[in-house]
Design a binder for this molecule. Structure first.
Ligand SMILES: [Zn+2]
Length: 168
């Protein structure tokens, strides 16, 4: 599995991307892909309603990698859907065979869904090549699966590229 490298850029800074595809390192990528930050910023919070604000950044990709990202993103959604169905079926099975209370059913459902989502994420995340892990008022944290790209991105933006812990 790829070792992700992390580069943190002040959000006031204008981002500069290397003239390379972050997926395959081909020079002069001709396409681009819109990336959404993985963790949104809590915009407002009401009892029944939480609003998150996400950051979108357009990153240059070669056509092939951009297309692949698009395909995997759809598959990602499908996997998520399957994960929800499977968790629901498992929870029903537990609830029926152990004669559980409705609230116990929901606890099992949510727990299984959470575990499956994390597993699915681990399986398919490498295709992304670039991820925006976090952003706030001051900083933007990018991670890259290609160290060469991360270093070049860091150099262009005047920030060091650091190896991310292998677990993340
Ligand atoms: Zn590419």
């Amino acid at each position: 599995m790829a070792k992700w490298m992390r580069v943190v850029v002040p959000s006031s800074q204008k981002l500069r991307f290397p003239s390379l595809c972050p997926g395959c390192l081909r020079p002069e990528p001709e396409a681009s892909s819109r990336l959404r930050s993985e963790r949104g910023r809590l915009k407002s919070f009401y009892v029944v309603y939480i609003k998150w604000e996400y950051l979108w950044v357009t990153v240059p990709f070669c056509k092939e990698c951009a297309d692949r990202r698009g395909r995997w993103e759809k598959l990602d959604m499908a996997l998520l859907f399957v994960a929800v169905i499977v968790s629901f079926a498992l929870a029903v099975w537990f609830a029926v065979s152990l004669k559980l209370q409705p609230w116990e059913f929901w606890v099992i459902f949510l727990a299984v869904a959470a575990i499956l989502t994390v597993l699915c994420n681990r399986l398919v995340r490498d295709y992304r090549a670039v991820r925006i892990k976090h952003y706030d008022d001051n900083t933007l944290a990018f991670v890259f699966s290609r160290p060469e790209y991360a270093q070049e991105f860091g150099r262009l933006n005047g920030q060091p590229a650091l190896v991310l812990g292998s677990r993340s």
